[in-house]
Each structure stands twice: as structure tokens, then as C-alpha cells.
Design a protein around this ligand. Structure first.
Ligand SMILES: [Zn+2]
Length: 230
């Protein structure tokens, strides 16, 4: 059976996202996303909680997206994501150490937005090659607007180097869920994912940066007003 996987989503556990569990559930259902990887910034608390809530719903026969526990870890040279984590990965360590901490616990190393040239701290192409023995997946398509060339450069890099590509929306608000995804054969764990991911098909489109910031502002304001009313 083919499923759609959004490999990069932020929830309210990230300071810059407004996506609640309910939003995640509704948004994924609406966009036809079956599996989401939660990649909150430097925390895993939300990912573990939401994975448990989704499992509980699924066990009762109710609809929920399957949740993969991940973390977007800030390192001394940009961000590295861990996937299939069983515990939190500390931030602000060198990239190699971060990758080793992910691998030690049986997780997969996922490099998000590798050619986001606007970021001062990021791994250069030569460093990605140097660390490629520790890298499992590289994000070929990221839905968040960056320099338009970023995704093209990532695709070109992946055409030349034998690393497995994937895609994620990098959604920080509900309407962006599923903006980028991989359609692939269903999988049951990290090993199985790595076997099936190369046969997947990447789809994606970038959303507008301005609409995005404004929508997040509106959602926060509305929720604050709601809190004050209760
Ligand atoms: Zn992100």
C-alpha cells in the first residue's frame, strides 16, 4: 500500500509553531498525509506525547496520522534532525557528535534544508560529503520559503551523491501541513524505511513567507483572546 509521509513538521512545542494535535490530525486528514515526522526545535516532549495520542486513537479504530518521533537539533553548524528517536538529543554540539548521538540510540540522521544559503551557520557541501557515512537522509524538498535556489541545489547535490532523498513541509501552521511529502510503500521501522524510501516519489510546493507569518500572528492572537475568555 502507498502512503504519503511529511517528514518535517513543527508543533506548538516549537516556539515558532502554532500547530496543535487537533490541527495535526485535521490537517493531515484533509491533505491525505498518513505519516508525519515531528521535528520540533531542540525538544522531543511534544513528539513523544503526540505519538502516544495518535497511537491511542489508532488503537481505538479512530483516524490519526502515524507520528514519527524526531527533533530538529541546533548544532554548532546549523540544524540536524534525528528520526525514530527514543530520547532527547542535546543541542549546540558539533554536527558529528549530534549525528553520533542520534545513531547511538538507533535513530536516523536527516539533514534538513541543506542548501539554505541565507543561514550563516550551516554545513557546506564538502562537510556533508565528509559526514556522509553518518547521514541517512537528505531533505531534497523543503516547503518553507527560502532562497528559491535552495531546493534546486539540494536536488543537484543528491543527483551527484548516493544519499537518500526525502521531503517535508517544515509546516509551522496548519495550512502548510503536507506542502511537501514523499509518496512511498508503507514501512514499519527505520530499517524498512531506508529500504523503501529510495522508491518513493517526492512532491512539494513552497508557500508564501508573508502569508505564513501573518497567519501565525492571527492564530496566536485568536487563541490568546480565547484563553482570556475562558
Ligand atoms: Zn524545521
Amino acid at each position: 500500500m502507498k502512503i504519503k509521509v511529511d517528514f518535517h513538521v513543527h508543533t506548538v512545542y516549537s516556539p515558532d509553531s502554532v500547530i496543535t494535535f487537533q490541527d495535526l490530525r485535521d490537517g493531515c486528514r484533509e491533505k491525505g498525509i498518513d505519516v508525519v515526522a515531528i521535528m520540533d526545535h531542540d525538544v522531543t516532549e511534544g513528539a513523544f506525547e503526540l505519538a502516544a495520542r495518535s497511537e491511542e486513537l489508532l488503537s481505538r479504530g479512530e483516524w490519526a496520522p502515524r507520528v514519527l518521533v524526531g527533533e530538529e537539533v541546533r548544532t554548532t553548524k546549523g540544524e540536524i534532525c534525528g528520526l525514530f528517536l527514543s530520547r532527547w538529543v542535546p543541542d549546540h554540539r558539533p554536527p558529528r557528535e549530534t549525528m553520533e548521538l542520534i545513531k547511538e540510540q538507533g535513530g536516523l540522521v536527516y539533514v534538513p534544508h541543506p542548501f539554505d544559503l541565507l543561514k550563516l551557520k550551516r554545513l557546506k557541501a564538502s562537510e556533508l560529503i565528509e559526514l556522509s557515512g553518518l547521514i541517512d537522509i537528505v531533505e531534497e524538498f523543503n516547503g518553507k520559503p527560502r532562497l528559491p535556489l535552495a531546493n534546486t541545489l539540494a536536488r543537484r547535490f543528491l543527483e551527484r551523491h548516493p544519499l537518500t532523498p526525502a521531503a517535508g513541509s517544515d509546516a509551522h501552521e496548519p495550512t502548510h501541513l503536507g506542502a511537501a511529502f514523499v509518496e512511498m510503500e508503507d514501512f514499519s521501522g527505520p530499517g524498512d524505511l531506508m529500504e523503501k524510501l529510495p522508491g518513493g516519489r517526492i512532491s512539494g510546493k513552497m508557500y508564501s513567507p508573508f502569508a505564513s507569518a501573518y497567519t501565525r500572528f492571527r492564530i496566536r492572537r485568536k487563541r490568546r483572546a480565547g484563553d482570556a475568555a475562558t
